[in-house]
Design a protein around this ligand. Sequence first.
Ligand code: CA
Length: 366
Amino acid sequence: MTEQTNLGIDASFFNNYSLLFNVFSKKTTDILGRLDVPLSLGLGSGSNSKPYQNIGTMMNRGVELSLGYDNRWNNWELHAVLNGTYLENEVLDLGGLDYIAHNDVVSGYSPPSNIIRSHIGYPFGSYFGFIADGIYQVPDFIWQNDSDPAIDHYDREYMLKPEFADPTAVVRNPQTGDIKFKNISVPDGEKDGMITNDDITYMGSSQPDYLLSFSLSAHYKRLYLSMLGQGTFGSNAYIMGAMITPFWGGRGNISQEMADNRWTIENPSDQWQMLYDDSQRANLVSTYYLQNASYFRMKNIEIGYTFDKGFIDKAGIDELRLIFSIENPFTLTNLYGFDPEKPLNRITGDFHPQIRIYSFGFNLKI
Ligand SMILES: [Ca+2]
């Protein structure tokens, strides 16, 4: 069920311009979730045997703006459209639940399967985990013989200084070069001195705040150019596991940046961790693996030329047009995973990115 309120303007002016403006507020009550049902119904007791029901209410609010330009003069013809959308999304109600875990997207992997959740008060499909807060450095530790600086780094038995929250519930032996997590939990109204699963919190949204697209087509005499671009801004991508997490599943590939800039005693990075083959560390879900997925991508550029009729008539041809096009010519993004257009609910790095295609062709009519 959907309740929708719209306020829109649709206008044309100065002959060549068009404007479409729409403010909308939409409440939908069709989020699917699994709810506990009485065992007497005979559906079994496992979490996967609970039936899906329409239990959720979600709010979508936003603004859409579209600007168009259309003109012809002399040998020119130009059409351009620019679309922009601002979008807010919030889960309002889940039939008594705090959140629904989108478990199906992370099955088969070791990290907690409730990384992606629809949680009351947050956008649909948000990421939950620890908040990474830099990297543990040598001065954060004490070691044997009253922290004797003469002892070689590799011979030290590091102990985290007591002013840091104790992370041993999630990392057995915290070391220099490990990711530091924020201690945010306040059980009984007081901060505990430990990093535990209570410190798992909202990390970011998979939904973009802004969507942008534009298209342009221009003709000049027999030459034409068309372009199509799109982008989204403000969304996050969570990528861990294959191709990102060090030594994951024995396959081991990570990004060049993570390898070259990893924490070592010679390179005490505050951004990139030391590389471990350690399943406990590898399965910790944190903002360390959360990336800004904002991007702008030119989807297509096409250039064409239609030959003059008088010229081709001599060769017995009715129409001849040459076309050169590029799919995905370029993408602007800070994402170091392969592709900002990856499905938002895929959390591993081993997916096939979009490819760039160059095409050259001609249309011939005889
Ligand atoms: Ca805590």
